[in-house]
Design a protein around this ligand. Structure first.
Ligand code: FES
Length: 331
């Protein structure tokens, strides 16, 4: 029996409904978090589930799931401890924090303690360089850690405690966090208001206010356009740009006498170039290769594949007969 119950399917439908009907594949990222929330990782069954509800094939889902490090390919512990070992944190002691934790827990990168509590990983910049060295537990930040603090955090977690992160809400398990990453609210009473922002972040905000820096005309309620609407807007913008182009200047041509005595025009140095075959070919290519639809990536259609094969075969035939003619002529 599938681990993905009717309740999960209902949640999947809710996620998909957030996106325009012809852009449903955009729901893949939150759906992968949803399946990870069930099993603690993106299992083959999770990949199949996402492919099924989105009408994709498993290779397409797998390509996304293996690209992002937040999607785990094997079971994880309750708490994912990520230690930043990138440049800024490293020079501030991040590598020492990671090495100490690795030795203390007896696990390496992407490995889980035998009790299933902690999965350790090193991370390449957790986007909090101004708080370095940093580590996260289920993506909540512990700023300015040193080896002793980090060991204290993991020991408390293994003992069943819940140390408070420096910023943000109180800790939850990785599966619970995956539900939030899938776009569902943190339902713990008051959890969202637990922690305030850090001082370096507020410093940026204060400087922006002090210098009057703001994002002009940004409306946070701007709706996401459907693909059809976006295509229509792009076509209108293109037509407008075409209409605004200056008309080509008529080139002067020197009248000359043709062989029958009638005057004829010959191109001069200022004559516009004749339309090139390459331009025609490019236009034909653009027309024959429409942007990918929601369910098929470009070049994935059997029509396009057949056309390419026919063209390759025709050009091979042409080359063969040209070779034969050349050989015959040489004889
Ligand atoms: S280098 Fe560690 S958060 Fe950026």
């Amino acid at each position: 029996m599938s681990v993905f119950t009717d309740e999960i399917r209902e949640r999947a439908r809710e996620i998909i409904a957030r996106y325009p009907a012809d852009r449903s594949r955009s729901a893949l990222l939150p759906l992968l978090h949803l399946v990870q929330a069930e099993e603690g990782y993106v299992s083959p069954a999770g990949v199949t589930f996402c492919a099924e509800v989105l009408g994709l094939n498993k290779a397409q889902v797998g390509a996304v799931a293996t690209f992002y490090t937040m999607y785990k390919r094997k079971p994880t512990g309750d708490f994912l401890v990520s230690v930043c070992t990138n440049t800024m944190c490293n020079v501030l002691g991040g590598q020492e924090v990671y090495d100490t934790l690795s030795e203390h827990l007896g696990v390496g990168h992407d490995e889980t303690t035998a009790d299933g509590t902690i999965t350790l990983e090193h991370a390449e910049c957790l986007a909090a360089c101004d708080y370095g060295p940093v580590m996260t537990v289920n993506y909540d930040f512990f700023d300015g850690v040193d080896a002793a603090t980090a060991v204290g955090v993991v020991d408390e977690l293994r003992a069943g405690g819940r140390p408070m992160p420096t910023r943000g809400a109180r800790l939850c398990t990785l599966k619970e966090m995956a539900v939030q990453l899938a776009g569902f609210a943190d339902e713990r009473d008051g959890a969202v208001a637990d922690g305030g922002p850090g001082e370096p972040t507020l410093r940026g905000l204060r400087l922006a206010q002090q210098h009057g820096v703001s994002v002009p005309g940004f409306d946070p309620n701007t709706p996401i356009r459907s693909k059809a609407e976006a295509d229509k807007a792009a076509a209108e913008a293109k037509a407008k740009a075409e209409a605004a182009k200056p008309a080509p200047v008529e080139a002067s041509a020197a009248p000359v006498k043709g062989g029958d005595g009638a005057s004829a025009k010959v191109p001069t140095e200022t004559s516009p170039p004749a339309p090139r075959d390459a331009q025609k070919a490019q236009a034909a290519g653009v027309a024959a290769n429409e942007p990918a639809g929601d369910r098929k990536p470009a070049g994935d259609s059997t029509g396009a594949q057949e056309r390419n094969l026919n063209e390759a075969s025709a050009s091979a035939d042409g080359a063969t007969s040209a070779d034969a003619n050349e050989t015959g002529a040489q004889k």
